[in-house]
Design a binder for this molecule. Structure first.
Ligand code: SF4
Length: 254
């Protein structure tokens, strides 16, 4: 597994600087950010797609009421580990209203988190299944399910202030674990946008990469647990478990 250790320290006074979001008020609480996420309606294409999917529904879920709104983040507000994914799945999070819940990606991710000691149970099926995360917060670069799982660049940019606000509100944050290149690029864009790094430099996505970033934080990455990756064996549970075990070590300052 490739591991790249890079120090990207810039002046310390820039570490906590976060560009003010244009469409949300400054907040210091992760749950208030979640309230703003759920109420957001800025991306017409994505909102129409989510509501259409929620109205039509997949045959297997025809009796269920889909969430159909932007999906709020989930986890421990005192988390030192932030998992950054891509976007909700149309019949997963867009149905259940919780990240990685109710689809194949979540069926792969949560058992790994459970084995790593970061989730209270391996199964994630609904918002009220009793799942609790330990020291972990799950977010994504886009909060509305995109057609074909492919958000457009302007949609990612429009949603980015929520990520900025979450990172600012996550006071104990020490480790990012990015699932997939788009999640990784979203965190790198945050570091650039907030002046924490002057350029992208050596920050290149890859499974198992590990970078020291300003503020005493770490940037880790894994392949995304999409069915395309897990069904083909490109990403296995032991591969992902190793990333989360390393994240725990780094979060604990080891
Ligand atoms: S993707 Fe983000 S910015 Fe766009 S409508 Fe959803 S929550 Fe709002």
């Amino acid at each position: 597994m490739p591991v790249h250790r890079q120090s990207l320290t810039k002046s310390p006074d820039k570490i906590d600087a976060v560009a003010p979001a244009k469409h949300i008020v400054p907040v210091s609480d992760l749950f208030r950010v979640n309230e703003q996420i759920v109420a957001c309606n800025l991306c017409t294409r994505l909102r129409e797609h989510c509501t259409t999917v929620a109205a039509v529904r997949r045959r297997a879920y025809r009796e269920q009421e889909y969430w159909g709104k932007p999906v709020p983040s989930f986890g421990d507000p005192e988390a030192r580990i932030m998992i950054v994914g891509l976007a909700p799945g149309a019949h997963g999070s867009n149905r259940t209203g919780r990240p990685f819940t109710g689809d194949g990606s979540g069926d792969f991710l949560y058992p790994v988190l459970h084995r790593a000691g970061l989730a209270s149970q391996p199964g994630a099926v609904s918002r009220d299944d009793g799942m609790q995360l330990h020291d972990t917060w799950i977010t994504s670069v886009v909060r509305c399910a995109p057609p074909g799982n492919r958000p457009l660049p302007d949609e990612i940019a429009r949603c980015a202030p929520f990520l900025d606000a979450e990172i600012a509100a996550c006071h104990r944050l020490r480790v990012f674990v990015c699932l997939g290149k788009i999640g990784f690029d979203g965190v790198v864009a945050h570091l650039l946008r907030t002046g924490q790094i002057p350029r992208r430099g050596p920050l290149v996505f890859g499974h198992g990469v590990e970078y020291a970033i300003p503020g005493g934080r770490w940037l880790l990455a894994s392949y995304h647990p999409s069915l395309q990756n897990t069904n083909t064996g490109r990403l296995t549970a032991p591969m992902m478990l190793e990333v989360f075990r390393r994240a725990r070590q780094l979060a604990q300052g080891k």
